[in-house]
Design a protein around this ligand. Structure first.
Ligand code: FEO
Length: 172
């Protein structure tokens, strides 16, 4: 049986996932205000995904009989310099989240908590995709620079992103 330290750290991770959702919701609002509705949609889908990441952690802790102690969530920023700035900050945040999961994996290793390690593997894989998605958009925006037409085309593409609860498929 794992010690409380692991469960406390997983409990804390719920806060970071909910903060991620809050951050992307704020970024979605920024894009809506700028009239970039495709980007706003992409960020809204991202915000919804983060809620599922938090819920997956919550479900795991409940299944292990671990105590849930929800922590306060910081307010996210609401202003950025440009669409590129938004995506760069998003990428930076995802890298931070990746570092959290690496730390959690180390903790699972150290405490020989095999169940938590298997559980956390889903997040380690997910983080590869998360960083890739943000990097892809950062690169595209760097390429676009001040080309309004190209930005409009990308915005149109991003309007197509639909929400899929990937945590459900993994648990089937
Ligand atoms: Fe829950 Fe974007 O990682």
């Amino acid at each position: 049986m794992a010690g409380n330290k692991m469960y406390e750290a997983l409990n804390e991770q719920i806060k970071y996932e909910l903060y991620s959702s809050y951050l992307y919701l704020s970024m979605s609002a920024y894009f809506s205000e700028a009239g970039l509705n495709g980007f706003a949609n992409w960020m809204m889908v991202q915000a919804k995904e983060e809620m599922t990441h938090a819920n997956k952690l919550y479900g795991y802790l409940i299944s292990r009989g671990a105590p849930i102690k929800l922590l306060p969530i910081d307010g996210p920023p609401s202003a950025w310099k440009s669409p590129l700035d938004v995506l760069q900050e998003g990428l930076k945040h995802e890298r931070f989240v990746t570092s959290r999961f690496n730390m959690l994996m180390d903790l699972a290793d150290k405490s020989k908590d095999h169940a938590s390690k298997i559980f956390l593997q889903w997040y380690v894989t997910e983080q590869v995709e998360e960083e890739e998605n943000f990097t892809d958009l950062v690169n595209k925006l760097k390429f676009i620079k001040d080309d309004g037409g190209a930005l409009f085309m990308l915005d149109k593409d991003l309007a197509a992103r639909a929400f899929v609860d990937s945590t459900q498929a993994a648990e089937a």
